[in-house]
Design a binder for this molecule. Structure first.
Ligand SMILES: [Zn+2]
Length: 168
């Protein structure tokens, strides 16, 4: 889906981390268990040239597959304006020598509307370090900035706990 320019103005950045119920065998039975697999992001998908009806049945199942509806955590990160402000704020905090925020700047805040991309779970510990560096200076953060970094912290922790990526 490619939103047009007028949509983008109100669009915002969200992130989520999947739970592990399906992988752990704790989810409700899948309608076609033989064809259920996981893609590189840990997303449950169907193999074997599924029809639209097959996907509908799969999607219905996914939404009710466990008490989490498939997601351990889903959090808003902010709209375009907030993302731009956060990017400028982090660039201001960076120094030589001094803190650097490569994952926050290039994988999270590089754009206020990126969706469909993801950060692999083996990067989550490094991202958490960047987030905690900023939270150490929480006194200088505005409320909305604090909310962003606290949400990022929860997402990193959920990703580390589940081994699933942070998806945008
Ligand atoms: Zn679950």
């Amino acid at each position: 889906m490619f939103p047009d320019a007028s949509d983008r103005i109100t669009m915002s950045l969200d992130a989520h981390v999947r739970c592990t119920c399906i992988r752990d065998g704790k989810a409700k039975p899948h309608p076609f268990p033989d064809r259920l697999t996981f893609d590189e992001t840990g997303e449950p998908v169907l193999t074997g040239d599924p029809s639209d009806d097959d996907w509908d049945a799969h999607d219905d199942w996914l939404g009710e597959s466990c008490e989490h509806g498939g997601y351990l955590l889903a959090l808003p990160l902010g709209n375009i304006t907030r993302v731009q402000r956060l990017r400028a704020f982090l660039r201001g905090l960076e120094g030589k020598p001094g803190p650097r925020f490569p994952l926050l700047l290039t994988r999270v805040l590089y754009d206020g509307t990126h969706t469909g991309d993801w950060l692999a779970s083996d990067k989550s510990a490094d991202l958490l370090k960047e987030v905690e560096t900023v939270l150490h200076s929480r006194d200088i953060l505005a409320e909305s900035e604090k909310e962003f970094f606290e949400n990022m912290k929860q997402l990193c922790e959920a990703s580390i706990e589940t081994g699933n990526p942070i998806m945008f």
